[in-house]
Design a protein around this ligand. Structure first.
Ligand SMILES: Nc1ncnc2c1ncn2[C@@H]1O[C@H](COP(=O)(O)OP(=O)(O)OP(=O)(O)O)[C@@H](O)[C@H]1O
Length: 282
């Protein structure tokens, strides 16, 4: 199976503080992969490296590939980094849309990478592009809002527009950084359902950072958990144990249970649990 993500020995230091410590990671599953971990563990930093928005420390072994394409190596952008960025759809907590423009225009912005320069400068999109944007809006249930200003939408609606823009862009992968952190539970569920549906129907892999473990277990097939800049767990969501989740989020003994997960029949699979917590589980 082709690798969706391949990271070799990624370290990132901010002002003498190591945010990521020689992280190596491979994801081949084309489903939804959640990046989990406590606040400050390095989830967003890892995602931004995949997007080619942030560059690693200059270590000779560092390489990052997404969908088989080199994004960066040894702390430097790969020659094709612009193409890599253009093939990825981005969804952020703070709805990265242009508030004063209409919903339709925001979706059309997804086509800029494949539009002649004079058209992007004049904002003159083709009829075909407008039709594609409407189709993308229909796909996310937002067609009736096409002419409305983005600033008038709720947070959940804005995230659906951001997803439509990724579809317009013909993204081959979607990176979502805490897409549901600012949403009420119902809107959060709608956005996660939509990402799941697009992953399954359009076959676009999704990598999403989440704070909510229950959403990760419900919607994501793969988990990558970080703690203090290191991989703590990588494997199937179905295989993570209550103990591992407890150890991930607290420094308390791993025998405690997380109340929200206490009734979930998680199957222990020590093979997926990193060496650092094997000792705590035995
Ligand atoms: N631009 C930056 N400058 C300095 N330090 C940074 C920068 N970006 C991240 N950090 C630090 O790197 C570490 C990891 O941050 P990161 O945002 O990746 O964590 P996170 O797991 O996504 O946290 P959260 O869940 O709170 O968003 C933190 O200590 C953070 O303060």
């Amino acid at each position: 199976m082709n690798k969706i993500i391949e990271i070799k020995s990624l370290s990132k230091t901010f002002d003498h503080k190591k945010a990521l410590k020689e992280v190596s990671l491979e994801v081949s599953h084309p489903g939804i992969t959640a990046l989990l971990g406590p606040s400050g563990s390095g989830k967003s930093t890892l995602l931004r490296h995949l997007s080619g928005l942030v560059f690693s420390d200059h270590l000779p072994a560092t390489e990052i590939r997404v969908m088989g394409q080199l994004v960066q190596s040894r702390g430097k952008a790969a020659p094709q980094v612009r193409r890599c960025r253009a093939q990825a759809g981005y969804i952020f907590q703070q709805f990265n849309l242009v508030n004063r423009l209409s919903v339709l225009t925001n979706v059309l912005i997804g086509a800029l990478g494949s539009t002649a320069k004079w058209r992007t400068l004049t904002g003159c999109f083709t009829q075909d592009q407008r039709q594609q944007a409407m189709t993308a809006l229909e796909r996310v249930g937002m067609a009736s809002f096409a002419d409305q200003r983005v600033s008038t939408l709720s947070g959940g609606q804005q995230q659906r527009v951001a997803i439509a823009r990724s579809l317009m862009q013909k993204a081959s992968i979607i990176f979502a950084d805490e897409p549901i952190a600012s949403l009420d539970p119902e809107s959060a569920r709608t956005v996660m359902e939509l990402l799941k549906d697009i992953n399954e129907q359009e076959g676009i892999p999704v990598v999403v950072t989440l704070h909510q473990v229950d959403y990760a277990l419900k919607y994501c097939q793969q988990l990558v958990a970080l703690r203090e800049g290191e991989i703590f767990y990588q494997g199937a969501a179905a295989d993570i144990t209550e103990q591992a989740l407890t150890a991930l989020y607290t420094k308390a003994p791993a025998t405690a249970t997380i109340p929200a997960l206490a009734t979930r029949p998680l199957r222990p699979n020590p093979a997926f649990v990193s060496a650092s917590i094997q000792g705590q589980l035995s």
